[in-house]
Design a protein around this ligand. Sequence first.
Ligand SMILES: *Cc1c(COP(=O)(O)O)cnc(C)c1O
Length: 227
Amino acid sequence: MIRENVQKILAELPDGVELVAAAKTRTPEEILEVIQAGVEVIGENYIQEAERLYEVVGTKAKWHFIGHLQKNKVKKAVEIFDMIETVDTAEIAREIDKRCSQLGNASAAKKVMPVLIEINSGEEKQKSGITPENAMQLIRGISGLQNIKVMGLMTMGPRFGNPEDSRHYFVETRKIFERIKKLNLPNVEMKYLSMGMTNSYKIAIEEGANIVRIGTKIFGERDYERK
Ligand SMILES: *Cc1c(COP(=O)(O)O)cnc(C)c1O
């Protein structure tokens, strides 16, 4: 089932749109199955879960962190992940930068972590992400850090029954993306726009997403929802 689901999604994604399989609550066997079916990027929300999966899956896939990152988990996160999609404060950006600089030694180059800035496009109090109006200032503020590189934006947007209702939030995030891109800031390469989940990814792609994060449509319903 997982195999068919992945192949169907990959077949319909336009060229240039990357699929991230959202792995929360899934088993290592399920993750290996999506990789065999052609998925190249695994998204994880939780560091502990990522460590368990990584032991089995390792570098067979790229790893994107897509959850809320706590400062005390950054050290572990920079060892596992190839991209952190959810940077929303200067403090967390500086911590990632610092921990990446400490990874380097004489024989191995320091790591430069590609990051996306998470936009709280619905300006929802309980959600993480930076508000649209503060995004520009955050990116300017962290663009001087040498061990991270801002590569674009990510947003969740409010959850709706009708995916069409998400469109507005994707459009607004795209506008921020274009505005920042025009500034040509040093060390900022606005390349990725990560928007859209199982029920909204088609709309997100219409509005410019080139990374979509899909869980349910690949793996089926989650038994329980961890927040
Ligand atoms: C769980 C999750 C997804 C995938 O959600 P589905 O509705 O299961 O496709 C995407 N992005 C983030 C940040 C998530 O936590």
